[in-house]
Design a protein around this ligand. Sequence first.
Ligand SMILES: Cc1cc2nc3c(=O)[nH]c(=O)nc-3n(C[C@H](O)[C@H](O)[C@H](O)COP(=O)(O)OP(=O)(O)OC[C@H]3O[C@@H](n4cnc5c(N)ncnc54)[C@H](O)[C@@H]3O)c2cc1C
Length: 332
Amino acid sequence: MFGLSRTAGLSQRMAFARLSSTLAFVETTGSKITPSSLSALTAAQELGKPITTLLVGPHAAEAAKEVSKVASVDKILVSPSEKYDHYLPEQVSPLVASLLKDSDYTNFVVAASTVGKNFLPRVGAILDLQPISDIIKVVSPDTFVRPTYAGNAILTVKSKDSQVLFSVRSSAFAPVELKDARDVPVEEVPYVEAGNSAEFVSEELVKSERPDLGSAKIVVAGGRGLKNKEEFDRLITPLAEKLNAAIGASRAAVDAGFCDNSLQVGQTGKVVAPDLYIAVGISGAIQHLAGMKDAKTIVAINKDEEAPIFSVADVGIVGDVFEIVPELTAKI
Ligand SMILES: Cc1cc2nc3c(=O)[nH]c(=O)nc-3n(C[C@H](O)[C@H](O)[C@H](O)COP(=O)(O)OP(=O)(O)OC[C@H]3O[C@@H](n4cnc5c(N)ncnc54)[C@H](O)[C@@H]3O)c2cc1C
């Protein structure tokens, strides 16, 4: 809990409450806040404490203007070193740990994105704190709800740590509202020596005109039932184009080389919660359901009427994807 004895006096508790605050890590693409960080800020708000945000990398100062549009943010820390570009966990973790150590921050919040998942456990290890990952609900500043066993069970976890670190599943929280830019105090934080040799060399990004899988309102996902890459592209791409949807895939489809592995949905892929999820030739293994069962409307097309995907589908079409999908695409 907060490190106060039960016998602590009221004034001591009130003084402590005044001091306690939240540090929220904000990821950006250029100067724009990522959708997953906007959701993490909503979770931070629900703690009901003053919020300081941390922005890192060369675009941090520019992005601070964007963060000032979040009404609940009281202060912005920027650490603009080039070394924080690309969010290398070996570089970011020592900085976050140094800000948290012996501070008044009682909570540290980050999105459960690739970046957050990469550095949060390291911060926990440096500070000897147990992070709580992928929360879907804030019960109180030390108690959270999170899924476990690939989403088949829901846990309520209470932390006894003096500082509670947690990551936020973005599909479970609406993005925070951006209002007019305000005058929020901005403080620069120097680079913290990482003491290791990890450095960014290069990256290869999959370029796509399609909406981002993690935040798209509609997802068209293909599975092994599509047989091969040519059929995957022939059936899934035109349907996704008509619907302005992101493309997703099952692990079997990814493993068979039908598409890039960044499109995998599920326990070991992305967790999505679009308004509409169309599963094409996907059986609905629990590991796949873990990534999409929170979609508002699920449409499943499968020739096997016993396929488990139909147990979560709102609309089920039993039939051959090679007949149904072209017809559906033509009719939209
Ligand atoms: C630790 C672990 C983690 C995993 N993580 C993930 C994950 O993140 N995401 C994930 O997806 N999987 C994951 N898996 C794999 C998962 O268990 C399944 O193997 C996988 O989801 C199956 O993919 P699929 O539904 O495309 O293939 P299949 O299970 O082979 O299903 C293909 C479906 O297509 C249908 N079909 C075939 N032909 C047609 C046709 N002509 N018309 C209509 N329907 C047709 C079939 O009836 C069948 O239901 C994981 C497994 C493990 C062990």
